[in-house]
Design a binder for this molecule. Structure first.
Ligand code: ATP
Ligand code: MG
Length: 315
């Protein structure tokens, strides 16, 4: 379904168009030959390890840094040249943002609102982001997740068409992270386009319609998370436990199976393709194999990253 959505979205004019950008800092080539397009209403993720060039790319698109080469357009404008025209139409959450320790939540929202000609209702925004009861709290007293939610609120104060989110949930606990994911989905539902970065593969898998895998400043591949997994890691694994003596032989007759290994009563069945799991289930049922335990192991974006770059994203 995500794929269908992505295909449908790509037929309309892209909201963000990045073509062959390069950015160096002295001798460090931070970004090279990076190209991608983001369609209206899409959540597009730049994913890669620390130092891969995600923030550099994002901040070039936001107009905060200038690429040495290449072209970028956002809403058909040049982010650097047309910065004033664009700033009312985009919302930015930076990777390492801070506010004054003793600014109150409502004051920050008021201040941000005053920068734009048509801000949304700040109180309503705080309510939507679950910060209504913190409106009088000092910034320094907020938890990590509350600070992030405030930064999302500030990025949304001008009702932007395009929202940029850099490492939104880094450092948050799983519960706060999930809450933020729901917020981001809500932003998309309101018709916004989102360009985000993350080095959390689970975040990319759950949130992004499409992702660009970026490593050492270059894009390695771009697609929906599902397509990346099925294209690069078609392997599937079923692990089950049975005391049926003929089980191993039966599993070997399944055409999609590449290997069956056994340890005591536990069998690991490896193969490829989406049919593997249902074929194993069919075999178990056809031969009335009594199964005490059954689980599947599906590859994920982390496996794709490892396959494409030769190293883990956590290195
Ligand atoms: N302002 C700067 N001056 C010099 N070098 C920089 C600057 N910003 C980034 N770099 C370098 O460029 C490379 C890419 O950095 P960037 O911040 O874009 O990576 P990232 O993918 O966002 O990493 P992280 O996941 O840690 O946020 C790194 O080698 C970094 O040291
Ligand atoms: Mg970064």
């Amino acid at each position: 379904m995500r794929y269908a959505l992505a295909v449908r979205l790509m037929t309309v004019q892209p909201v963000i168009h990045v073509s062959r950008i390069r950015k160096t800092y002295g001798r460090t080539v931070a970004v090279d030959e990076v190209s991608f397009e983001v369609a209206a209403g899409e959540i597009f993720g730049l994913i890669g390890p620390n130092g891969a060039g995600k923030t550099t790319t994002l901040e070039c698109v936001e107009g905060l840094r200038t690429p040495d080469r290449g072209t970028i357009s956002v809403l058909a404008l040049d982010p650097f040249r047309d910065v004033y025209k664009l700033q009312d139409r985009i919302g930015v959450q930076l990777q390492e943002a801070q506010l004054q320790k003793r600014i109150k939540v409502w004051e920050a929202v008021d201040l941000w609102a005053s920068l734009y000609p048509k801000p949304v209702d700040g109180e309503r925004l705080l309510d939507q982001l679950g910060l209504a009861d913190k409106r009088n709290a000092w910034f320094m007293t907020l938890s990590g997740g509350q600070k992030q939610r405030l930064f999302i609120a500030l990025a949304l104060i001008n009702d932007p068409e395009v929202v940029f989110l850099d490492e939104l949930t880094t450092g948050l606990d799983p519960q706060a992270r999930r809450a933020i994911w729901d917020l981001v989905r809500g932003i998309r539902q309101r018709g916004k386009t989102i360009l985000m970065t993350t080095h959390l593969m689970e975040e990319a898998e759950r949130l992004c319609d499409r992702v660009a895998i970026i490593d050492h400043g270059r894009i390695v591949d771009i697609d929906t998370p599902g397509n990346l997994v099925s294209r690069h890691c078609p392997e599937r694994t079923v692990v089950l436990t049975t005391d049926e003596a003929a089980a191993e032989e039966r599993f070997r007759t399944i055409p999609q199976v590449d290997a069956v290994t056994r340890r005591d009563l536990r069998y690991t069945i490896r193969g490829r393709g989406d049919d593997l799991v249902s074929e194993v289930i069919r075999c178990v049922s056809e031969h009335r194999i009594r199964v005490a335990d059954f689980r599947t192991e599906l590859p994920n974006l982390e496996d794709v990253f490892l396959k494409l770059t030769g190293h883990s994203i956590r290195d």
